[in-house]
Design a protein around this ligand. Structure first.
Ligand SMILES: Cc1cc2nc3c(=O)[nH]c(=O)nc-3n(C[C@H](O)[C@H](O)[C@H](O)COP(=O)(O)OP(=O)(O)OC[C@H]3O[C@@H](n4cnc5c(N)ncnc54)[C@H](O)[C@@H]3O)c2cc1C
Length: 443
């Protein structure tokens, strides 16, 4: 096998810490400066990379084959996003995971992987790792022991299966083999690594403070692979002017609301969501705003229904409501602070008149202040606070069954590195598991 790049410093490091011997644990960790060769290099030790490595190691062991699997990561702490997921509570999967929960140029791409690794299979793996999960609303499963415990259990399982970790090595380049069956060259900040098979699990640029980088776009350029520009997803919506003033007044308040894109939204995914909406000092957040942000385009209006499921025109026309003041009806539907804030936008005096006395136009205005509040965000909070990113490696270049690149055999891509972005609710982590499993079986 072709040997990796080696300079005087790394030779010295090898003398002090021979490859495969950790200076930390004395067990299976490589020296950050030693240039290992491996059978499989998994680039990125996030949830997708670790699941892929674990599955590949177990499959090889079951077949009686010895395979050297090395996970390379820029960080010293593996899977930082996983550790922070769900605010540390880790919404690790969703019982209803299906292609419709994902934004992608080709939403059907996820179907095979989701079918082969359904949520029940992930929950079985969790149990095997000594962990458990419970269901909250809408099929969301949370790890009972928390996000840190899951990240640590996965890392431990990988090590136990014989995988090695190479932390503190930022990947900077990738060169495919010159001829079939040759070696990939992975350039890192500390020299090159060589292997016949490479799994690209480097995530997306979302939330850079937790390790998100744009390296996948750069590697795609080097490899000549189609890449869809990354956009922030699941990120708060920033408002300005009077709408922002109102959000600031209501900061900390959370209500159930239906948010819709006035323009109808892009081709895939729903253009409206009903979920919990949180007012903040910057605008709108909470699940409803985060979920709609993935589909929102700059300049587009959002229509907010603060009384979803209530047919307001019908309610206002009910004979038994005729004697009620408009203010009383609104106060019965919304928290007091929000009711007062919305009523302040009505023509003077309207809120204090009886509903039966209102003209059709005034009734319409009253209904609209509740179910048709139109706002135009000035921007999203961007990648800095995006829980995911849409875009990534174009799935058309990869097999939906194995995640292998059609044009470059031996190269696999998984997780958020691909153009697949899940909805809020455990769908992103489930994609990491399902695509990691598919690649781990095939690599
Ligand atoms: C704050 C937050 C909360 C979230 N909560 C949830 C949740 O509750 N449920 C859910 O389903 N999803 C959640 N997500 C999304 C989920 O964490 C991601 O979709 C998932 O981690 C993607 O997995 P991945 O393995 O593809 O990528 P990542 O987890 O991003 O892993 C990629 C790995 O590659 C490494 N890397 C990046 N660039 C380089 C480089 N140049 N060289 C070497 N290594 C590199 C990174 O250090 C990282 O370890 C959350 C995300 C965030 C940011």
């Amino acid at each position: 096998m072709q040997r990796g790049w080696r300079d005087a410093k790394s030779v010295l490091a090898l003398l002090v810490f021979p490859a495969g011997i950790s200076y930390k644990s004395g067990m299976t960790e490589l020296s950050p400066t030693a240039p290992p060769d491996a059978d499989i290099l998994v680039l990125g030790a996030g949830p997708a990379g670790m699941l892929c490595a674990l599955m590949a190691a177990r499959k090889a062991k079951a077949a009686g084959i010895r395979r050297d699997i090395v996970l390379v990561d820029q960080d010293r702490t593996m899977a930082r996003k996983l550790r922070a997921s769900g605010g540390g509570r880790c919404n690790c999967t969703n019982l209803h995971a299906a292609p419709g929960n994902y934004l992608s140029k080709d939403p059907r791409f996820t179907a095979q992987a989701l079918k082969r690794f359904p949520p029940a299979q992930f929950l079985a793996l969790l149990k095997e790792l000594g962990l458990s999960a419970h269901e909250e609303d809408q099929g969301k499963m949370f790890c009972d022991q928390g996000a840190q415990a899951l990240a640590e259990a996965l890392e431990k399982a990988c090590r136990k299966a014989g995988c090695r970790f190479l932390p503190g090595r930022a990947v900077t380049g990738l060169v495919p083999p010159a001829e079939p069956g040759g070696l990939f060259r992975v350039d890192t900040e500390h020299g090159a690594l060589f292997a016949p098979r490479v799994a690209l699990a480097l995530g997306s640029p979302a939330w850079p403070a937790l390790g998100g980088t744009d390296v996948v776009a750069r590697l795609a350029g080097m490899l000549g692979l189609p890449h869809i520009p990354a956009r922030p997803a699941l990120t708060p919506l920033l408002l300005s002017g009077p709408d922002l003033d109102l959000c600031r007044e209501l900061s900390g308040l959370s209500v159930e609301a239906r948010l819709s894109l006035a323009g109808g939204g892009p081709e895939c995914g729903s253009a409206s969501v009903t979920d919990s909406l949180l007012f903040t000092h910057q605008g709108l957040s909470g699940p409803a705003a985060l979920r709609l942000s993935s589909r929102w385009r700059r300049g587009e209006e959002i229509v907010i229904d603060l009384a979803p499921g209530t047919d307001l025109p019908a309610l206002l026309r009910r004979p038994d409501k005729g004697k009620a003041l408009a203010r009383t009806i609104v106060a019965g539907l919304l928290p007091r602070r929000l009711a007062e804030a919305r009523l302040a936008g009505l023509p003077p005096g309207l809120a204090d008149r009886r509903v039966a006395e209102l003209s059709r136009a005034e009734l319409d205005a009253l209904a609209r202040c509740l179910n048709h509040w139109r706002v135009t965000p000035k921007a999203t909070a961007g990648m800095a606070r995006a829980e995911a990113a849409s875009g990534g490696l174009d799935t058309a270049a990869f097999s939906a069954r194995t995640m292998q690149c059609k044009a470059i055999p031996g190269l696999f891509a998984l997780g958020e590195a691909l153009d697949v972005a899940g909805d809020l609710g455990g769908f992103n982590l489930h994609w990491a598991w399902a695509s990691g499993f598919a690649a781990g079986q095939a690599i």
